[in-house]
Each structure stands twice: as structure tokens, then as C-alpha cells.
Design a protein around this ligand. Structure first.
Ligand code: PHE
Length: 327
């Protein structure tokens, strides 16, 4: 009899294991412990037994009931736990490729700016940032660009409040720096965003970046300017770099030059330069009888584009990941 009932417990446990939902498990419970269940049927046999046998049989029935009940409880707990955590968790596909976090890096424009900046820091030029919203005075008047000058036309500049513009070039820093740092010698530079009302195309964008430099001292000449420019250009483009100086005009320098670099068999214009005009030194509080200086300003967008073979300036501002990843 004992064997029979071990088998009964075993098949009960097997059915419980086969139950995959709480509802299925409850069916198993009814089958064994319910009013018309298998244990009730066994209980009915008690009647036909002697008192001695009844005691034995009763004990055995109780133990079977307990074992089935405790197995039911265990299975119920397990099913409840897995129903709570949801079926998704069991469906995680461990063979799917992971999501990789790529490390960030500098934009080609900023990388170029940092490079030029570090070359000039090495030559003893200080670096400071200056306002992007600039007074007409520092952006134009102080640079010998009076209000009848075409560069001040509404079509070229973004005006903010009366008398203020978004700087149209970083040269706006020149007389600010002279005033700020007092009597020369002075070697200073700045860099950053400039704004002009240009129509957008492959080589024009209303926002662009420049880096401007001034050096003021006694006996500074155009030769010093050329030397510094060759240092910068050879660091960027290699020792055998070729530069070409073309006479040009800027209101704030004289003589003035536009400088081209030979790149892939072509002359490319990269910067404007010249000796600072006495009017500009005066506007900065520097005595032009005693001091001379040179200035140059380079377009960083163009420079970055040349170096990386970028054909359209708009790529520099769209921040497409596919574009940026290449650098
Ligand atoms: N500011 C001039 C430009 O935007 C460049 C320049 C800077 C020229 C310094 C001479 C001296 O084109």
C-alpha cells in the first residue's frame, strides 16, 4: 500500500511540473485534493478497515496529503515568480550584437583651431576669448572702418541692438586687447565664431570661424610677420610648405597681403595679414611713433576643409554622425 501511494505523490508532482500557469496548477490541485479528488477516494476506503488498520492508513493519508500540498505550494511560488517577471525576460536573445558606446572626439574644426593655437602659444602668444556680440566701435570704427564703409552695410552684418553687431571677424579683438593689456610688447590671439549675412552654399555659411593674431613691439617688421606665418604653415602642412603673398587691402593694415598656401597643386587663400595701421594702434591707446605691429587672421573652416579634403562647408555645421565619425 505504501508503494502505491508514493507513486501517487510522484504522478501528482509530475503533473504539477507540467502545469505552466497558475490556472493549470489549480486543476491539478482539484484533481488530488478536491472534493471529488483522488485523496477523497482513498479516504473512502477507511470505512472497511479495522481500527488498528485505520490508524495506520490515516497516518499514511495525512502524510500523502501534506507532501502533495507542500509540492503544490512550491510550484505555485515558482509560477508566480515567473509570471511577475514577465515572459520577455525569458526571450532575451543573447546572440544579438550589443549596443556599443563610441568615445567622443573633437570636431575637425576645433581640432584645427587647437592645433594653430598651440603652435602660437609655443611662440609666446597669449590666448583669450572676446565677445561675439561686439560694439560697432570695436568691430569697425577702431579698425579704421568708418560708417560709410561697405563692410558695415546691413546686408553684410547681423545687428543686434543699436550699435552692436555679431562680430563679423575676430579682428574685433585687436584694440580691445591693446586697451586691456596696456603698454606693449604684446603678443595676443583669439579665435571663435564670426557671423556674416552670406547666402548659404558649398563655401559660404552665415557662421564661420576665424583665428586672429597681433604682435606689437619696437622694430616689428613685415619680415617678423612672414617668419611667424611660415612657422604656422610648416607645422600644419609640412616643412616644404609653399606660401604666396599677394598685395591686398584691409582698412586696418598697411601694407596688406592675402596669403595662399600650395595644396595638392593649387594655390588656396587661407589668410589676410598686414602691418597694423597707426590709426588702429592709436584707437587701442598705443603710441604709433614708438610701436609697430603686425596682424593676421585666418579662416579656420577653410583650413580644416583643405586639410581633410572636405568639399562643402555645410558638412561642418550639420553634425551628421556619419561625417563626424571619419575624423
Ligand atoms: N579680418 C580680416 C578678414 O576677416 C582678416 C585680417 C585679419 C586681415 C588681420 C588683416 C589682418 O578677412
Amino acid at each position: 500500500m505504501a508503494d502505491n501511494n508514493d507513486a501517487l505523490v510522484e504522478t501528482a508532482v509530475e503533473s504539477m511540473a507540467a502545469a505552466t500557469t497558475l490556472a493549470e496548477l489549480d486543476e491539478v490541485r482539484v484533481q488530488y485534493l478536491g472534493k471529488k479528488g483522488k485523496l477523497r477516494a482513498l479516504q473512502a476506503e477507511l470505512k472497511s478497515l479495522s481500527p488498528e488498520e485505520k490508524r495506520e492508513f490515516g497516518k499514511m493519508l495525512n502524510s500523502v496529503k501534506e507532501r502533495i500540498q507542500s509540492a503544490l505550494n512550491d510550484r505555485k511560488e515558482a509560477l508566480e515568480a515567473s509570471e511577475k517577471s514577465g515572459p520577455d525576460l525569458e526571450m532575451v536573445d543573447v546572440t544579438l550584437p550589443g549596443v556599443r558606446t563610441l568615445p567622443g572626439h573633437r570636431h575637425p574644426l576645433i581640432a584645427t583651431m587647437e592645433e594653430v593655437k598651440s603652435i602660437l602659444l609655443g611662440l609666446g602668444f597669449r590666448y583669450d576669448d572676446y565677445p561675439e556680440v561686439e560694439s560697432e566701435f570695436f568691430n569697425f570704427d577702431a579698425l579704421n572702418t568708418p560708417d560709410w564703409h561697405p563692410a558695415r552695410d546691413m546686408h553684410d552684418s547681423f545687428y543686434t541692438t543699436k550699435g552692436n553687431v555679431l562680430r563679423t571677424h575676430t579682428s574685433a579683438f585687436q584694440t580691445r586687447a591693446m586697451k586691456q593689456f596696456g603698454p606693449p610688447p604684446l603678443r595676443a590671439m583669439t579665435s571663435g565664431r564670426c557671423y556674416r549675412r552670406d547666402e548659404i552654399d558649398a563655401s559660404h555659411f552665415p557662421i564661420f570661424h576665424q583665428l586672429d593674431v597681433i604682435a606689437i613691439d619696437e622694430n616689428i617688421s613685415f619680415a617678423d610677420l612672414k617668419w611667424v606665418l611660415y612657422q604656422v604653415a610648416s607645422s600644419l602642412f609640412g616643412d616644404d610648405v609653399q606660401l604666396r603673398f599677394r598685395p591686398s587691402y584691409f582698412p586696418f593694415t598697411t601694407p596688406s597681403a592675402e596669403v595662399d598656401v600650395m595644396f595638392n597643386g593649387k594655390w588656396l587663400e587661407i589668410l589676410g595679414a598686414g602691418m597694423i595701421r597707426p590709426e588702429v594702434l592709436e584707437a587701442g591707446g598705443v603710441d604709433p611713433e614708438k610701436w609697430q605691429g603686425f596682424a593676421f587672421g585666418l579662416g579656420l573652416d577653410r583650413m580644416a576643409m583643405i586639410r581633410h579634403g572636405i568639399t562643402d562647408i555645410r558638412y561642418m555645421y550639420e553634425n551628421e554622425e556619419a561625417f563626424l565619425r571619419q575624423f
